[in-house]
Design a protein around this ligand. Structure first.
Ligand code: GCU
Length: 621
């Protein structure tokens, strides 16, 4: 019997959290788990709110119930007697008392583990938990992750037993130094709200891989990068059945790369062609490890800009889109395949081909399903509003979340834009912070565009933000006709600007309570919202450098800043009510606009595929 931990000690230790921050579960340890077998830990976990973080202050996770003399101690926790909450789910919708709860929550469950192969490694993986999550296994600290919307994992091979208890503390408090910071226009869901599972791995395995079309305008070279979890010298076999590719790749010091000539059928919204790709690692004779094999379905496409145009596979495209939050009336920030497929059906009913997944990384399922459905995606890290840009820890948090997102999704053809933030004032600290983030994104992914949702320069009434020099595409949020009632400023803004690169209007709109009627000037009515959309699209389509738009937003969503009689705790800018069924009249304004834009730009897509793939790609309209 180990000497009982003095569980009173935590009471007097102001710096009690330090020991939990020594092991960061961050992108350095993140593994690409696509195509791997997983064993779910989803289900009912025991739970208790822990407002004073007592679990970590008093080391509940060590589960010392007796002192050195065998006397029972009056501990303050009781794992099996606690209530049971669903994982994955935000705790806010699990019971009324937790709706606005933003503190620490403690989750726990047991699980059995029997190794299947000699020397296998065991990975514990979380797809998302808000925000600061500390994981304990059998009384040991496994580590801490910051960020609510990106995955994290830990190798628990040295802590796992046949019978295990996992304890997880999730701290959902908002903080000015965290990302997102403490003031956002969306609901702060807390807890383990995405999948949790185990992954069995060989001693030597493929930690990450990146396979894509070389963005060189020839559509004829596939690039592959492979990283093993250890500096082995061996080889890997890359196979792409549909292209008859079986390429051996030399692995030196744990890394391998290849350039392969090929002419894949190009992935596009009209033809979301995916190829089955597999990679097998032979770690070399020195290591006694089974050969690791990973697989994925990958689309090959090129996204680039040329002057003020965005080119998909060499052809000009107008991004017909809309914004979505991860906010469901019944499931909160938890999602599933059916919700995602319904969102895509609603987008396609609007004649859309593109979604801005605001304002944080959405569930990994979204990009996988978008690959299948031929939907283009803007994915974003929550560098939102007034971030403390001169705080190095805040930057480290932003860069880590960006790298976790890119590592998770960079094999997804649907993702065409990484967004490094939203509506941040153009200050020197912000420029330093976000330009560094933009350069980081370009450095780890050569196959996508980098953007951000910038603000209009109101003094000059111009699109002019110093960050634009570091972006491939300038995102602009503008609310003329709503927050700024003077709609005439929008055409003036466009006439007054010459951005020199493509602009996406990544937010416009106005609130309407479903069923609220009145004149086109009456706020909160469907009539006002419809008129505003008619004015917006009439102006947008005349601007030569607007290469796409994502109005704010597809569905009404929960927002604890919105409490007038029409909002009642929701942001009502949706074109569909929070019921995710009932369309408002403005929905059909976008549907008609996008039908027109489809005709203007998609004619090239109507040409039979075999002609598209064989003709030159410098076609202009
Ligand atoms: C902002 C912001 C959104 C917000 C929207 C609104 O531009 O980016 O997160 O919900 O405007 O005010 O409705």
């Amino acid at each position: 019997m180990e000497k009982a931990d003095n569980f009173l000690a935590g009471i007097h230790d102001a710096d009690y959290e330090a020991e939990y921050l020594q092991t960061r579960l961050d992108v350095s340890g993140l593994i690409n788990i696509m195509g791997r077998e997983t064993e779910s830990l989803n289900g009912k976990w025991n739970f208790a709110p822990d407002l004073y973080d007592t679990c970590r202050r008093s080391h509940w996770f060590k589960d010392y119930r007796f002192d050195a003399n065998g006397n029972e101690l009056p501990v303050d926790y009781d794992w099996e007697a606690w209530e049971r909450l669903t994982v994955p789910a935000p705790w806010n919708l699990e019971k009324p008392e937790l709706y606005y709860f933003e503190g620490h929550g403690v989750y726990t469950r047991t699980f059995r583990y029997i190794p299947k192969t000699k020397g296998e490694r065991l990975l514990l993986r979380f797809e998302g938990a808000a925000y600061r999550t500390t994981v304990f296994l059998n009384g040991k600290i496994i580590g801490t992750h910051d960020g609510a919307s990106t995955p994290f994992n830990a190798d628990i091979s040295d802590a796992v037993l046949p019978d295990n208890r996992i304890v997880v503390t999730a701290d959902a408090r908002r903080s000015p130094f965290r990302l997102p910071m403490d003031n956002t226009d969306w609901f702060n869901y807390g807890g383990i709200y995405r999948d949790v599972y185990l992954v069995r791995l060989p001693q030597i395995f493929i930690k990450d891989w990146f396979v894509r079309l070389a963005p060189d305008g020839t559509f004829s070279t596939i690039l592959a990068d492979i990283t093993a979890n250890a500096p082995v010298n061996g080889k890997a076999l890359l196979e792409i059945q549909g292209l008859g590719i079986k390429q051996e790749i030399t692995v030196q010091n744990g890394k391998g790369e290849a350039k392969i000539s090929a002419r894949p059928e190009l992935w596009s919204p009209e033809n979301p062609r995916l190829y089955d790709v597999s990679i097998t690692l032979d770690p070399g004779g020195a290591v006694d490890s089974v050969r690791d094999r990973v697989q994925d379905s990958i689309g090959f496409r090129e996204i680039k800009t040329k002057g003020q145009e965005i080119l998909l596979n060499g052809k000009k495209i107008f991004l017909r889109g809309i914004c979505v939050h991860e906010d469901h009336f019944a499931l909160g920030k938890t999602t599933n395949d059916e919700i995602i497929r319904q969102t895509i059906r609603d987008l396609k009913e609007m004649n859309g081909i593109y979604l801005r997944l605001a304002h944080y990384p959405h569930d990994a399922r979204f990009a996988r399903i978008a690959d299948e459905e031929g939907v283009l995606l803007w994915e974003e890290v929550p560098v939102y509003w007034a971030v403390v840009f001169d705080n190095p820890r805040t930057y480290a948090d932003a860069e880590n979340q960006l790298c976790e997102l890119i590592m998770r999704d960079r094999n997804r053809a649907s993702v065409i834009i990484w967004s490094i933030g939203n509506e941040n004032a153009d200050t020197d600290p912000r420029l330093a912070f976000m330009s560094k983030l933009a350069q980081k994104a370009k450095a780890i992914d050569d196959s996508r565009l980098v953007s951000a949702a910038c603000l209009v320069n109101q003094e000059k009434l111009q699109i002019s933000d110093r960050l634009a020099d570091f972006l491939d595409v300038i995102g602009i949020n503008e609310y003329y006709g709503w927050y700024d009632p003077d709609f005439e400023k929008l055409p003036k803004l466009f006439a007054n600007s010459s951005p020199g690169k493509p602009v996406l209007i990544c937010e416009f709109g106005g609130d309407a309570r479903l069923g609220q009627r009145g004149s086109v000037d009456d706020l909160w009515t469907e009539d006002k919202q419809k008129r505003l959309y008619e004015q917006q699209v009439e102006t947008l389509k005349k601007c030569p450098y607007v290469a796409g738009t994502t109005p704010w937003i597809l569905y009404d969503f929960r927002c604890p800043r919105r409490f007038n009689r029409y909002q009642e705790g929701f942001n009502r800018k949706g074109l569909i009510d929070a019921d995710r069924k009932t369309r408002k009249p403005a929905f059909f304004v976008m549907q008609k606009f996008y039908a027109e834009m489809k005709i203007d730009y998609s004619s090239a897509f109507d040409i039979p595929k075999n002609i598209i793939n064989n003709t030159t790609h410098d076609r202009t309209f």
